[in-house]
Design a protein around this ligand. Structure first.
Ligand SMILES: [Zn+2]
Length: 296
């Protein structure tokens, strides 16, 4: 049994980290600059973000590798550094996490669309294999395939991580509320469709990230639990629905507001709770405290 499943057996609920992009921008990442290049150019700043989330009480932290696939790094002419960038990402988070906390190697979408033939299944498999292996090599305990909209891309990424590393594999998709009040990914996938496909792909943990904020996640977890009682569920919620003011994106939910939804989210069946866009170490500190209270 992997490290996360073992810890979940002992404590039922765990906390995860918050946003990385938000903090990188605060540290001076320029619009249009490659966030993952900071693993090589500003490793001290990346390490500091990881350390801030550990300090805030997170049981697990991610790696600065969300856009670290060869296909994403290509946009910046950095594809020849794919292995190095991802390995370094995992090494930095490992350094902050020590041996007791968990490192989740972040794998985001490639931005290429299978359905239109822009990329083939075997190309995607190779891309995810390369990234997952480098993250595992750098010390990641788990691979988290996240912010997925297309079930097929998610399935290939999970399969590549599963078949080429000994890491636990997590998959979270991003659901938005439709006009009829249901939750679907941009590609039309429902939470229950995700459960079936990800169990078939043998993901260890599933869930949702980003999206409309933490309150909406309760309904998503309920839908997951209606079709599966047992699979561990991870939720990384945004700090509310993003608002745009003067060309700036603002995430409105305070740490207190987000932490207030933690009991209901656990009640619905979530096992691991952290944040996505707009969340900060303070959000994670309060979420983590709320989780301690809920789990007694
Ligand atoms: Zn997000």
């Amino acid at each position: 049994m992997g490290k996360i499943l073992e810890k979940l057996k002992a404590s039922k609920v765990l906390s995860s980290d918050g946003a990385w992009g938000t903090l990188l921008h605060a540290k001076g990442l320029r619009p249009g600059e490659c966030p993952e290049s900071w693993n090589l150019e500003h490793p001290g700043e990346v390490l500091d973000i990881a350390a801030q989330y550990i300090e805030a009480g997170a049981d697990m932290i991610e790696t600065n590798s969300f856009g670290g696939s060869r296909l994403k790094l290509q946009h910046y002419g950095l594809d020849s550094l794919t292995t190095e960038i991802n390995r370094r990402a995992a090494e930095l988070s490992r350094k902050a996490a020590g041996n007791n906390k968990i490192v989740l190697g972040s794998v985001g979408p490639t931005g290429k669309i299978l359905m239109t033939g822009e990329v083939t299944e075997s190309e995607l498999y190779e891309v995810f294999k390369e990234q997952s292996m480098a993250l595992a090599d750098g010390g990641a305990d788990a691979i988290i395939v996240e912010t997925m909209s297309d079930l097929e891309e998610a399935r290939i990424a999970v399969k590549a991580a599963r078949e080429n590393t000994s890491c636990e594999v997590i998959c979270t998709m991003t659901f938005e509320k439709t006009v009829t009040g249901e939750y679907r990914t941009m590609m039309g996938v429902s939470p229950s469709e995700m459960v079936h496909a990800m169990k078939q792909a043998s993901a260890d943990i599933i869930g949702a990230n980003c999206g409309n904020g933490i309150e909406g996640m309760i309904v998503i977890v309920q839908e997951i639990r209606a079709v599966d009682k047992n699979i561990p569920v991870l939720i990384h919620a945004n700090a509310g629905l993003p608002q745009y003011h003067d060309g700036k994106t603002i995430f409105p939910e305070s740490p207190e507001q987000m932490a207030g939804f933690v009991p209901a989210l656990v009640e619905a069946g979530a096992n691991i709770i952290g944040g996505c866009c707009g969340t900060t170490p303070r959000h994670i500190r309060l979420i983590s405290n709320a989780l301690k209270f809920v789990s007694g």
